[in-house]
Structure formats: C-alpha cells, structure tokens
Design a binder for this molecule. Structure first.
Ligand SMILES: NC(=O)c1ccc[n+]([C@@H]2O[C@H](COP(=O)([O-])OP(=O)(O)OC[C@H]3O[C@@H](n4cnc5c(N)ncnc54)[C@H](OP(=O)(O)O)[C@@H]3O)[C@@H](O)[C@H]2O)c1
Length: 208
C-alpha cells in the first residue's frame, strides 16, 4: 500500500519505519521535510520525505495523521475536496495546553475526537488507531511473535476497517476492532483504553 505520513515524529516516524519494513511504500512529511532525510533513509528504499502538500498530491492509499491535534484544521483545508475517498488514520489526541481552544472544545464535547477529524476530512473514510499506545511501546514492541500488544481501533466503514486492521497486523500488533467512530470515545484521553498497553486478551477482559 502507499502510505502518506502527516507528522513524522515519535508516532508517525516509527509507524512509517514499521510499515516500510513490512513492505509498504511510505512518504513522510511535516512542516520541515528537509529535516526528515535521515528518518527516510533509516526507513529504507521504499521511503522518502516531502512536504504535506506533496504527500496529498502523491495520491496515497492511506494517510496517517500524527500531528498535534491543533494542526488538524489547517491540514484538512489542504486536503479538502480534492483528495476524497482515502483512508485517514487519526492517531492524534487533543491536549488544550498544546493545542489550544479546539482541543478544549473537543475534550468537553460528548462526541469522540475522531468524529471531529472525520467532519474536517469529510470526503475521506476516517479511522482511529495508534492514539492509545505509548510511543516507546509503538517503537519497541512491533513485530513480536510472543507477548504481542493489542492496538484497538475504530473505523467509519467496512473498507477503512479492513485496511486499518491489515496495517495493524502487518507490523506485529493484534488489531481489536471496537466499532464505528462513536466507539472511539473510549480511546480518547483519560478514557478506558487511553495509555493502556495490553495483550488482546487483557484488553477484551476490560469489557467483561
Ligand atoms: N507521544 C506519544 O506517546 C503519543 C501516543 C499516541 C498518540 N500521540 C498523539 O500523536 C500525535 C503526534 O504525537 P508525537 O508524540 O508523534 O509528536 P511529535 O514527536 O512532536 O511529532 C509531531 C510531528 O508533527 C509535525 N507537525 C507539527 N505541526 C505540524 C503541522 N502543522 N503540519 C504538519 N506537520 C506538523 C512535526 O514536525 P514539524 O514541527 O517539523 O512540522 C513532527 O514531525 C499527537 O496528536 C499526540 O497527542 C502521541
């Protein structure tokens, strides 16, 4: 698959490296793509770095959003209307101290943060994944044969569900589907699944 990484730090950088290792084509991006050369090199021959605009123009199959939540409005304007029908994987979390008023609004709302993202990227198929795992575990616990960690996810429709499930499993985590985006409320900051690194069984036990 062709995967565009929007925000190539602790989450986007490591996921991009994992997906590249799993054989996917990866384009890393940020506001400073000139600083992403060594990351792309480390990720291997099927990875490159470029601007956010160029990643959208490159017509990737899937986009990972791994930027501060406060950047979503602006990035969705770059995407708006022109690059519809793609899968957007939202790994972001709203923190008012970092992301300002929009994060406060979404944290106080009775909808899930991913539903805000889906509204902004309204022509895409939005899914929520990788926002509950700690960056160190994402980096160090991928591709494990034993003691695998589960990655919970929610998705807007069947197509995005299948694609995201595959991308989680491709890098050696167990995918646990929660339901549609409304269900991702339990993945949001301070909610039931937030910050939890658990096996699939332990995660499923939380629901019993
Ligand atoms: N760290 C964790 O443990 C963790 C776990 C799960 C989820 N998350 C969430 O995942 C997201 C990313 O976290 P992170 O820890 O990976 O952050 P990070 O290491 O600071 O990386 C953020 C990346 O986004 C880029 N960026 C920032 N503003 C941007 C913009 N306006 N347009 C394009 N790129 C932009 C940054 O590069 P430039 O500044 O050069 O543009 C950088 O590459 C956040 O929403 C965070 O809450 C974090």
């Amino acid at each position: 698959m062709k995967i565009g990484i929007i925000g190539s730090g602790k989450i986007g950088g490591n996921l991009g490296k994992h997906w590249s290792k799993a054989g996917h084509d990866v384009l890393f991006s940020s506001r400073h793509p000139e600083e992403l050369g060594s990351l792309a090199k480390e990720a291997g021959d099927n990875a490159e770095a470029t601007s956010v605009e160029a990643v959208f123009e490159a017509d990737m199959d899937v986009y990972l959003l791994a930027v501060p939540f406060g950047a979503i409005d602006k990035i969705s304007e770059l995407y708006a209307g022109e690059y519809g029908n793609k899968v957007i994987i939202d790994a972001t979390n709203p923190y008012p101290s970092r992301d300002g008023e929009v994060a406060e609004k979404v944290r106080d709302a009775n909808y899930a943060a991913s539903e805000y993202t889906a509204t902004k990227f309204s022509t895409a198929r939005t899914a929520k994944a990788f926002n509950t795992i700690q960056a160190a575990h994402l980096k160090n616990r991928a591709f494990q044969e034993v003691d695998r960690l589960a990655v919970p996810f929610a998705a807007q429709d069947n197509i995005s569900k299948e694609i995201v499930e595959g991308l989680i499993e491709d890098i050696g985590f167990d995918a646990v589907y929660l339901g549609d985006l409304g269900k991702s409320k339990m993945m949001d900051v301070d909610e039931k699944l937030y910050g939890k690194s658990l096996s699939k069984n332990d995660l499923l036990n939380l629901f019993e």
